[in-house]
Design a protein around this ligand. Structure first.
Ligand SMILES: [Cu+2]
Length: 154
């Protein structure tokens, strides 16, 4: 650069950009808390995980999938009442909307992460990693705490 008058503003811009990149951490703003799963028995073929998402960002986010190595299949599910017989049933959903500035709770009466064809038993006190996938390509691996059946910790 021949003109030094341009070099100084260019340096300021560069330094500002670096500082902004360090401060801006998108993961920091999409919180996942209280991740838990109920303990299972040797005969259990399925399990479920619950957690609370707190989307503190200005953008709506979407959970598009989850992965774990505790089961052969990991899916996003929702519980609902069957309109025909009034019984609780559940179904797989492809995406879970996480609106900006809102909390979305996954809990036994509603949404959950479903594990099908368990590869191992979940013992109370254990933790296991669960990877959550989002629409923007972000992946977040969290620790899920195993608790005694029925005991919610939030
Ligand atoms: Cu389910």
């Amino acid at each position: 650069m021949k003109d030094k008058r341009l070099l100084i503003p260019a340096l300021f811009f560069l330094v500002g950009f670096i500082i902004a990149s360090v401060l801006y951490n998108p993961e920091k703003n999409l919180e996942v808390k209280h991740a838990q799963a109920f303990a299972t028995m040797e005969s259990s073929k399925t399990a479920a995980a619950f957690m609370v998402f707190n989307n503190k960002t200005k953008r709506d986010r979407t959970l598009i999938g989850a992965q774990s190595d505790i089961a052969e299949i990991t899916e996003i599910h929702e519980n609902l009442i069957d309109p025909d017989d009034g019984k609780m049933m559940m179904r797989k959903i492809k995406t879970l909307e996480l609106p900006s500035k809102k909390k979305v709770a996954l809990e036994p009466s509603g949404y959950h992460i479903m594990f099908i064809k368990m590869k191992r038993v979940l013992k109370a006190g254990d933790t296991f990693p669960l990877t959550l996938m989002f629409e923007n390509g972000e992946e977040k691996t969290i620790d899920v705490k195993v608790t005694p059946p029925g005991q919610m910790h939030h």
